[in-house]
Ligand binder design. Structure first.
Ligand SMILES: Cc1cc2nc3c(=O)[nH]c(=O)nc-3n(C[C@H](O)[C@H](O)[C@H](O)COP(=O)(O)OP(=O)(O)OC[C@H]3O[C@@H](n4cnc5c(N)ncnc54)[C@H](O)[C@@H]3O)c2cc1C
Length: 479
């Protein structure tokens, strides 16, 4: 089959990375983007103010396949003095994505490729015939030979207790753009931030720096681990053979994974995982101890983390959906703390603000809210009056649904009961035809197939596979 026309749905990180990969590897003639936003828009990077830094370091950010140091080279080319281990402002990632789009747009034009952008949101794809038919929210229709879905996260996670307050002026369903939230809040506001992971931490730090008093409230009341970098070592340190033998149906799966990591750490660094993490129960003491471990360079788990994520992704791809769900429920609470660890810089500021009581950390679930002039918020062990509430509870992962005839896939239309199946090749599976469609899901969109996808690093590997598929199926090589 000839793939002359390819459509990329979404133009954030994975949309632009897919574009680059197609330009590098395929012989496509027309590429159409469908997305409501400008090229390179990604909420994570485009809505970040200058002080907000990445949670992955320079060496694990690249949207160009086969060139893991591309972001580093870009930063050096614009005069930034950085190393692979540095955590840089997220706005630089946005600039990088946009500039790389411009560069490869030029390459595409020189190859005679026609590029279009339909500014709209996709509602569904009809795959009953070839070419496929894409329908948008503004009732536009678009025909295409193949599709790569890169539409990112779904809606904000909103705990049910907050649902009836969504329209209140001093209530924010997410912290972005934080500048707007800070501008609108009078000085010395008492702000409740729901959550205690990375976005809650950066929100709280910025509010505290702007003289607000912040309470971070989450069910666990725990904060992530601290790390100095996210770049893998050049040599492999994970014992892959033994990792591959893990039975994903084991009731103690989380423990088994930690044991494997531990064995590799002892073998390579003579240092068990337990000596690299704090066992303090009080979060502020734990943060303090883990910050010191990171500053002393005594955390080797960070050197193995990317390898573990890669291996888990590879192994989970071939597991059925129940096993993947079990993994998410059982293991993510253990691994998440390290996968979503915060940088030394953020940890230092957070600790200082916690000690000064400018940020307070509470654990609990909100069970009552009374909105009068202020917000009177109640949870198990406490209640307090707040001027502003900000949800930093993250985004939901997307689900795609198929109709009863199994010929249309919908973006977030929950009235259909059947969830779309995304195969280990990241492709839509057509149950009726018992075959894979020429519809790929990349980046966050592929979460149901590949659970640990929420960083740029695995996305770049993924788009390379997609690009190479087109190369192998068209017999064209990049030169
Ligand atoms: C606050 C925050 C900080 C992060 N920091 C980092 C970090 O430091 N390092 C890192 O590696 N990762 C980070 N991430 C993860 C990062 O966001 C993802 O890895 C990356 O953005 C995934 O790319 P994506 O293309 O799947 O989604 P996005 O980059 O979000 O792109 C989605 C695109 O799809 C478009 N779209 C959405 N719905 C539709 C539709 N129906 N039709 C058409 N277009 C649509 C959107 O407009 C957007 O352009 C962070 C995430 C968050 C939330």
């Amino acid at each position: 089959m000839q793939f002359d026309n390819i459509t990329i749905i979404g133009n954030g990180v994975s949309g632009i990375a897919t574009f680059i990969s197609l330009i590098m590897y395929s012989n496509v003639k027309n590429i159409t983007f469908i997305s409501p936003n400008e090229m390179g828009y990604s909420e994570a990077f485009s809505e970040a103010s200058k002080e907000m830094i990445c949670n992955t370091s320079v060496g694990s950010i690249s949207i160009v396949p086969n060139n893991q140091n591309d972001f580093l080279l870009f930063l050096i080319s614009i005069g930034e003095s950085v190393t692979v281990d540095d955590f840089v402002p997220r706005s630089l990632v946005e600039l990088y994505i946009k500039k790389r789009y411009e560069l490869f747009y030029g390459v595409a034009l020189s190859k005679g490729i026609v590029i279009k952008h339909i500014k709209d949101k996709v509602q569904c794809i009809n795959y009953s015939n070839s070419p496929y038919l894409i329908k948008t929210e503004n009732n536009k229709e678009h025909l295409t030979d193949a599709i790569v879905v890169c539409s990112g996260y779904a809606n904000n996670r909103i705990p049910s207790m907050f649902e009836k307050h969504l329209k209140q002026e001093t209530f924010y369903i997410n912290p972005y753009p934080l500048k707007k939230v800070i501008e609108k809040s009078p000085r010395n506001s008492n702000v409740l931030v729901i959550g205690s992971k990375l976005s809650a931490i950066e929100t709280s730090i910025h509010l505290a720096k702007n003289k607000h008093i912040v309470t971070m409230l989450s069910p666990s009341g725990e904060i992530p681990a601290v790390r100095g970098h996210t770049v893998p070592l050049r040599t492999s340190i994970l014992n892959k053979n033994s990792f591959e033998k893990i039975n994903f149906k084991d009731r103690r799966l989380g423990k088994k994974i930690i044991n494997e990591i531990n064995k590799s750490l002892i073998k390579n660094f003579k240092n068990p995982v337990y000596s690299q993490v704090s066992r303090e129960i009080i979060p502020i003491d734990r943060l303090s101890e883990e910050l010191n471990l990171a500053l002393d360079g005594k955390i080797y788990w960070q050197d193995i983390m990317v390898e573990v994520i890669d291996k888990l992704n590879e192994l989970l791809l071939t597991q059925d959906i129940d096993v993947k769900n079990k993994f998410i429920n059982q293991c993510m609470p253990i691994i998440d703390r390290y996968m979503g660890a915060c940088s030394i810089q953020s940890a230092e500021i957070l600790l200082e603000k916690l000690i000064d009581n400018k940020i307070k950390l509470r654990n609990g679930v909100v069970n009552k809210i009374i909105k009068e002039e202020k917000w009177n918020v109640f949870w198990q062990d406490g209640s307090e009056l707040f001027d502003t509430i900000i949800l930093a509870t993250g985004r939901e992962y997307p689900s795609f649904y198929i109709n009863d005839n199994d010929n249309e896939v919908f973006f977030n239309k929950k009235e259909f009961l059947k969830k779309a199946t995304i195969t280990k090749n990241y492709r839509l599976f057509n149950n009726k035809m018992n075959s894979e469609e020429h519809i790929w899901f990349v980046g966050i969109s592929s979460h149901s197939a590949i659970p640990l996808i929420n960083a740029i690093y695995p996305v770049t590997l993924q788009v390379q596979e997609v690009g190479e598929w087109f190369r192998l199926n068209e017999n064209v090589t990049w030169n």
